[in-house]
Design a protein around this ligand. Structure first.
Ligand code: PMT
Length: 325
């Protein structure tokens, strides 16, 4: 497979690839319901808040997408992402006064759950008698915090959670969100931390039933997923402030690749991260500077997302004042 394929296509070919991708995708379930939820969420967050200004709205994407190999899917190709970055960033965006659309992979990390054990339902609670359960003492503070913060954000209309599994669902939902957010112009931000598949099997070419084992060679043709960053920037939400991510395992090529993506897709910033150090350090690459952002180990909220969201929120505020690029 040619790993650079998607980067080299001229405009017309990209358009054809995008059309082919969406034409081949199975229809998104409940797309009208999603659009309705989004319209309500955007309306609710578009009247002036305490500071007299309408709230900024960020779409945070989080987790890896799957590319199914069978229509009645048993097997799929997956992309690495626990969802930790997206979930943690969502908490800091809420703290910074944003309303957040959290587009996340089902089963990935969720906001406000960082202090809980891996299996919160079974580990944080214990039965007291046949019909009652209570929170274990060791987790009572963490459970209370998580439940209260999550409830406050959702019922306060500041957090809308939408789930995807496949690359088809992810990109169809991203398109609906972007088109819905177009009406708020530069007040919208996209923070694209999800790890989206680079290859997919077009739905119509996909076998219906489970591929039978027996042969030692699995012969499946995967097609390049068109990079949707240019489509988002140029067509879906041209005025939105757009942050994409660049993940590499080789730190020697990371910044070069991030700068290339910044220029090619006309992003406002690219967050460059290296797999093994991604939780301690990232570099925010913009057209004017590269800013190294590190977690502050002396603080209790010592996530790298804390200074990262502060920086991006400031840059977004400046952009809203002067939206030209
Ligand atoms: O979730 P964690 O375990 O905490 O890890 C976080 C992370 C490492 C996954 C995250 O910080 C990160 O780097 N996410 C992006 C990883 C990635 O897939 O990079 P990429 O080079 O494939 O894509 C770059 C950008 O293009 C992404 O913003 C992606 O949303 C976008 N993309 C990708 C493929 C595609 N067909 N269209 C796109 O628009």
């Amino acid at each position: 497979m040619d790993a650079t394929k998607g980067l080299e296509v001229p405009g017309e070919t990209l358009e054809a690839e995008v059309k082919a991708f969406f034409d081949s995708a199975p229809p998104l379930q409940n797309s009208d319901g999603i659009t309705q939820q989004l319209d309500q969420f955007i309306k609710r967050n578009s009247s002036p808040s305490e500071n007299g200004k309408a709230r900024r709205i960020v779409c945070v994407t989080s987790g890896g997408t799957t590319a199914p190999l069978e229509q009645r899917c048993v097997r799929y190709v997956d992309n690495f992402s626990s969802g930790h970055r997206g979930a943690t960033s969502t908490e800091y965006f809420l703290k910074a006064g944003y309303a957040v659309i959290f587009l996340n992979r089902k089963g990935s990390f969720q906001p406000f759950c960082r202090s809980l054990p891996d299996d919160p339902l079974l580990e944080c609670f214990k039965p007291t008698d046949e019909s009652n359960i209570q929170v274990c003492e060791a987790y009572s503070e963490a459970v209370k915090r998580a439940v209260v913060d999550h409830h406050t954000a959702v019922t306060g209309g500041l957090l809308l959670k939408l789930h995807f599994n496949t690359i088809f669902e992810y990109l169809q939902m991203l398109q609906i969100i972007a088109v819905s957010l177009r009406c708020i112009g530069p007040r919208a931000m996209f923070y694209l931390a999800a790890a989206a598949s680079d290859y997919y099997v077009p739905w119509k070419e996909m076998v219906e039933h489970k591929i039978q084992s027996g042969s030692h060679l699995l012969d499946v043709k995967l097609v390049n997923v068109p990079k949707m960053l240019s489509v988002l920037r140029n067509d879906w939400a041209p005025l939105a402030f757009c942050i994409s991510f660049k993940l590499e395992t080789d730190s020697n090529i990371l910044l070069k690749k991030a700068s290339a993506a910044l220029e090619k897709y006309k992003m406002d910033a690219v967050v460059a991260n290296e797999l093994s150090s991604r939780k301690e350090q990232v570099v925010v690459v913009t057209s004017s500077e590269n800013v190294v952002v590190k977690c502050d180990k002396s603080r209790s909220d010592n996530d790298v997302e804390n200074p990262l969201i502060k920086l991006l929120s400031e840059k977004h505020a400046t952009y809203i004042e002067h939206p030209g690029r």
